[in-house]
Design a binder for this molecule. Structure first.
Ligand code: ADP
Ligand code: SF4
Ligand code: MG
Length: 351
C-alpha cells in the first residue's frame, strides 16, 4: 500500500471491503490529456451503502467498469483496487472470472445487457451458481427459486422458464438483482439500476436492494445522476465532476451543508420528494467539459457563480472539511471570506 491515506473513506471497522486507490481511466483517442476518470480514491466498509453521483459524462460508469476491469479498449486503467486487502488483477486475481460476478457483482440500468436474451432465466441463474459455487443441478435450481422469491418475483417457477424479453423492466431488474446477489458478493455495484423504471417500481427495487444487501452485509456502491435517489439510500455520498471526486461525506452532512458549489447546484436540481414538481427545475447552466478535456484550474469554474481568478489558475485539492469524513475540492470551501449564496432550492425536502 502507498503511504498516502485513502480519501473519501468513512468509518471502516475491520478494514474496508473495497479500497480504490487513485484510479484513473485514459482514452488516448480523446482530446486533452484523455483522462476521463482522474485519481478516484474511495473505500467502502462491510454493509455500507455509498452513493456516487454526478451529471451524465462525469465518469461514474467508467469508475465502476474500471473496478470491474471492464473498461473497453483503447481505454487504459491505472491505480489499484483492493478487495478485502487483496489487490485485484494481480497474482491469483489476475483472471477476473475468478472474482467478477462472485466477489464483486454489478447491475446496470439495462438488465437486458447483462442477461442473455437467448437463454431462459433458469439456466442463466443456475449456471452462475454451478460455476462459482460448485452447486449441483438440483441445489442450484432450488437456490434460484429461493433467490427469485427473495426479490419479490411472484411465480418463480414460471419465471425460471421464461426468456428475459417477455419480462417487464421491473421484473428484469429483479432478476438481475437476484443473479447479482446469488453468489453472495462482497461488493455490489449498482449503476443507475432504477433510472429506466417508474417511480413506484424504482422504490420497490431500491428497498429490495437495501434489504437483501443488509442481510448479507454486502457493501454497495450505488451510482446515479439523481442526488435524491442516492441521498435516500446511502449513508455516504461521493460527488464526481469531470472525472474527479469534488465532494464526499456522510449523506446528512453533504445534504444539509454542502461545501462544493456543484453539490449545491445538484441539490437545487432535485425535485421535491412530495408534492408537485415545479414548472421548471432549477437546472445548472452550462454543461460539463468534454471527457478528457484539460482545463486549467477548477473544471467547474466556467459554470460556478462564485468563481474567482484563483479558480481558473489553480486546481483545488480534495481537502478535509470541519466535520469528520467530509471532504471537498473547492477554494471557497471552509473559507469564511468567500461569500456563498443561499441555496435557492427544494433540497430542504431531502432526508
Ligand atoms: N468508450 C469510450 N471511448 C472514449 N471515451 C469514452 C468512452 N466511454 C466513456 N468515455 C468518456 O468518458 C466520459 C465519462 O463517461 P461515463 O463514465 O460513462 O460517464 P457517466 O457514467 O458519469 O455518465 C464521457 O463523457 C466520455 O467522454
Ligand atoms: S474552486 Fe472556485 S470555481 Fe471551483 S467550485 Fe470552488 S469556487 Fe467554484
Ligand atoms: Mg453512466
Amino acid at each position: 500500500m502507498p503511504d498516502a491515506p485513502l480519501q473519501s473513506t468513512g468509518p471502516l471497522e475491520g478494514g474496508p471491503v473495497i479500497a480504490v486507490d487513485r484510479l484513473s481511466v485514459t482514452f488516448p483517442t480523446t482530446g486533452g490529456d484523455g483522462r476521463v476518470v482522474r485519481d478516484v480514491s474511495l473505500a467502502i466498509g462491510r454493509g455500507e451503502r455509498v452513493g456516487l453521483v454526478g451529471e451524465s459524462g462525469s465518469g461514474k460508469s467508467l469508475t465502476a467498469r474500471a473496478i470491474m476491469r471492464l473498461v473497453p479498449r483503447p481505454g487504459e486503467v491505472s491505480g489499484r483496487v483492493l478487495l478485502d486487502g487483496v489487490e485485484l488483477g494481480v497474482g491469483a486475481t489476475r483472471d477476473p472470472t475468478k472474482w467478477r460476478g462472485r466477489s464483486v457483482a454489478m447491475i446496470t440500468q439495462d438488465p437486458l445487457s447483462s442477461l442473455n436474451p437467448l437463454v431462459r432465466i433458469g439456466p442463466q441463474m443456475t449456471e452462475m451458481l454451478r460455476f462459482h459455487r460448485g452447486a449441483g443441478r438440483a441445489a442450484a435450481r432450488a437456490r434460484a427459486t429461493e433467490l427469485l422469491t427473495a426479490v419479490g418475483i411472484p411465480d418463480p417457477a414460471r419465471t425460471l422458464n421464461q426468456f428475459p424479453a417477455v419480462l417487464s423492466g421491473g421484473m428484469r431488474q429483479r432478476v438481475a438483482l437476484a443473479i447479482a446477489i446469488s453468489c453472495d458478493p462482497r461488493l455490489l455495484i449498482a449503476d443507475e439500476p432504477t433510472t429506466a423504471l417508474d417511480v413506484t417500481i424504482q422504490a420497490q427495487v431500491l428497498s429490495l436492494l437495501e434489504r437483501t444487501t443488509a442481510e448479507h452485509g454486502t457493501a454497495v456502491l450505488l451510482i446515479s445522476h439523481d442526488l435524491g435517489v442516492v441521498s435516500g439510500f446511502c449513508e455516504r455520498v461521493i460527488v464526481m465532476y469531470a472525472g474527479r471526486i469534488v465532494e464526499a461525506g456522510p449523506t446528512e452532512q453533504l445534504v444539509s451543508a454542502p461545501a462544493h458549489p456543484y453539490t449545491r447546484a445538484l441539490l437545487a436540481s432535485v425535485p421535491p420528494i412530495q408534492g408537485e414538481l415545479p414548472e421548471r427545475l432549477p437546472s445548472i447552466p452550462g454543461s460539463p467539459p468534454l471527457g478528457g478535456a484539460r482545463i486549467p484550474g477548477c473544471a467547474f469554474a466556467p459554470r460556478c457563480p462564485i468563481a474567482r481568478d484563483v479558480c481558473r489558475e489553480v486546481e483545488p485539492e480534495l481537502r478535509a472539511q470541519a466535520r469528520d469524513g467530509h471532504e471537498a475540492a473547492c477554494h471557497a470551501a471552509g473559507d469564511p471570506t468567500w461569500e456563498i449564496p443561499e441555496l435557492a432550492s427544494t433540497a430542504e425536502a431531502l432526508p
